[in-house]
Design a protein. Structure first.
Length: 411
């Protein structure tokens, strides 16, 4: 379908139109059909208005045998001077760029669903859905490392020459100490520019390997928010591509993890957190749910969602996964700089919500005071984080004095 440049004889405006078949063009400005065709670009061939390089295009054909384009006037011409040459070069570049983009092959991902501890029933649902998402989006192809893979299968799959065939690895609800022969080499492979995508219990994997825990961001330390409950969540960046498919505040039925003290907010950009103010039970700490991070030259995307079968079948969750995988593969760009101030602010809101419930205080008033202090000083909650962390080591009955001291800071 050729692209032509025209000048309107009625209003003197110039414009470009794509012409289908024998379609009669009209000026988009005044609707007149009295037009002069100035330039066409067809399959990289520029046709100027006349053999002298200007004016309207004659009705005669081109005398270049390879052209076959009526009204070209290309034979022996100077391609319309610099303007015609530039148009040709632009057309060739755009054609090349479009072909290059379209030809980008699907990524190759190794999907690991092996478990050495608890095994989630939803893995049977997750496996075909991950393959389907890759196939239908055209974003990736998958190879699986499934149960009952053991040391021999892991040695083959995680050998350097085998890993180099892949663009990234997905851990879909893996658990326990997987028999990867050299975890440090695997982590180095990610750092060299590969993708790591973790879903749900990927954070309940390699408990005894601090380097893995540091890479993924945190390690499972229980789930007071069980699979049968509908819990509240807050999206910290509603326009972020990896979280824009859900409302800023929403409720979802799934099992939600909390993480041990190796969790480091300075490494991660948290996109979704548990909204403790609207969830039960109320615990005085931040519960991140989905995050991203850079890891050397590699990228890490983790989401805690995925315990329940219904979650995997939810279109919003599937889109969350697609965009997370796309970003981790470097096929899209999105903010990934750590946001510890945002996390500390959510930590303080969780403490205030738990304190209000425990002491009988007015939660709305206390939360309003906390938000006002944070708005005035974004670093305020960060400064309180060491004291808020102390609550993790206290029994619920022993927290009253600590609550009182923290709430006093809001005045």
């Amino acid at each position: 379908m050729p692209l032509y440049e025209y000048a309107c004889q009625h209003c003197d405006e110039k414009f470009e139109l794509l012409i289908r078949g024998q379609e009669k063009p009209a000026c988009p400005h005044c609707k007149s059909k009295k037009l002069t065709r100035l330039l066409s670009v067809v399959s990289g061939h520029v046709a100027d208005g006349s053999s002298g390089g200007g004016g309207g295009m004659p009705d005669g054909g081109c005398d270049m045998p390879q052209c076959g384009m009526g009204g070209c006037g290309m034979g022996g011409m100077d391609m319309g001077g610099l303007g015609g040459m530039m148009a040709l070069l632009l057309a060739v570049f755009l054609s090349w760029a479009g072909t290059a983009i379209a030809a980008e092959p699907p990524a190759r991902l190794l999907v690991v669903t092996v478990t050495q501890g608890f095994r989630h029933k939803s893995i049977e649902t997750a496996e075909p859905i991950i393959e389907q998402l890759g196939r239908e989006s055209g974003l990736f192809h998958v190879n699986y490392l499934r149960q009952p893979a053991g040391e021999e299968e892991f040695a083959k799959a995680f050998a350097p020459e085998a890993l180099d065939e892949f663009d990234g690895v997905i851990f879909a609800s893996t658990t326990g100490e997987l028999p990867i022969p050299d975890v440090d080499a695997f982590l180095t492979w990610i750092k060299k520019g590969k993708a790591f995508i973790g879903m749900h219990a990927a954070s309940d994997t390699f408990k005894n390997n601090d380097a893995y825990v540091e890479m993924i961001g945190g390690h499972f330390a229980g789930h007071p928010w069980n699979a049968g409950g509908e819990h509240a969540f807050v999206v910290h960046e509603p326009s972020h591509p990896l979280a824009s498919m859900v409302p800023e505040r929403f409720r979802w039925k799934d099992e939600i993890y909390q993480y041990d003290l190796r969790y480091n907010p300075d490494n991660l950009r948290v996109l979704v957190s548990l909204d403790m103010t609207a969830s039960t039970p109320k615990e005085p700490w931040h519960v991140p749910v989905s995050w991203v991070r850079t890891y050397g030259d590699g990228r890490v995307f983790y989401t805690n969602f995925g315990h329940n079968d219904a979650t995997w079948q939810e279109p919003a969750y599937q889109q969350h996964l697609i965009e997370g995988i796309r970003w981790a593969l470097g096929r899209s760009e999105a903010a990934s700089k750590p946001n510890p101030e945002v996390q500390a602010a959510e930590y303080l809101r969780s403490v205030v919500a738990a304190a209000a419930e425990a002491t009988g205080g007015n939660a709305d008033d206390l939360l309003a005071k906390a938000d006002a202090r944070i708005a005035k000083d974004p670093g305020f909650a960060v400064g309180l984080r060491p004291r808020m962390l102390e609550l993790r080591g206290m029994e619920a009955a022993a927290r009253k004095d600590a609550y009182t001291a923290i709430l006093a800071e809001l005045k």
